[in-house]
Ligand binder design. Structure first.
Ligand SMILES: [Zn+2]
Length: 224
């Protein structure tokens, strides 16, 4: 029985030794692996963190008004006088070009840009001040400023402005030309606005909303 046992156990021992020979390096490797795994996992985590950090956040967008470049010099030739959108519908009608006025007997010849009374009015065009006049006969409170740009052949009239410029003065695009006058004494309840007329070469009034268009751009100087 013993010799049988020895005989049968001898291959078993050899087998065990063989297995040990095979598995010992794996066991060693397995013992080392936890160490190497601890090194590798954070590396992957760091890589993922880096990828996440490098993925650009969607930029914050803002609406800006873009002036048409009609002379092709790469710079805009028109600017929104108030920075706000054209007036929508109120009890006095719509602010868009061509809107009905006086029961449809005439069309609105400008575009009304919503404003706060007292805010700055920006020059809708570069040029020089060719006229300061009254918007309505018999009402000296509401004035307009006319800017002419001989190089472009265009003129612009900004209405309901308390002028901060004088006739003959040169103005840059976007420069303050005065402040917004309140319309509440003249049209009680109306949305205060700047009425802008653009006169093309030849004197025809054209739609300012086609020359000053809204666009969404990434906010400049936004860190996060
Ligand atoms: Zn108007």
């Amino acid at each position: 029985m013993t010799s049988f046992t020895v005989k049968t156990s001898a291959p078993a021992v050899r087998c065990a030794l063989g297995l040990a020979t095979v598995f010992a390096p794996m066991l060693v490797a397995a013992m080392e692996r936890p160490v190497s795994r601890q090194v590798k996992m954070p590396a992957i985590v760091r890589l993922l963190a880096d990828i996440k950090a490098e993925t650009p956040k969607p930029p914050l967008m803002e609406l800006v008004w873009k002036g048409a470049d009609i002379d092709g010099d790469g710079a805009p030739d028109f600017a929104n006088p108030t920075g706000a959108a054209p007036r929508g519908h109120d009890a006095f009608g719509d602010g868009e070009f061509g809107a009905r006025r006086d029961g449809g007997t005439r069309a609105h010849e400008g575009v009304d840009y919503v404003a706060q009374a007292g805010q700055a009015v920006r020059a809708p065009m570069s040029g020089y001040v060719t006229k300061i006049g009254f918007a309505y006969a018999g009402d000296t409170a509401l004035k307009f400023v006319e800017i002419t740009n001989p190089a472009l052949g265009y003129a612009a009239r900004a209405f309901y402005v308390n002028p901060g410029v004088e006739v003959g003065q040169t103005v840059r695009l976007g420069q303050s030309i005065g402040t917004v006058a309140s319309l509440q004494d003249h049209y009680r309840g109306i949305t205060d606005h700047v009425h802008l007329e653009i006169l093309a070469p030849g004197g025809d009034r054209v739609n300012a909303a086609q020359l000053i268009t809204p666009t969404m751009v990434a906010k400049v100087g936004q860190a996060a």
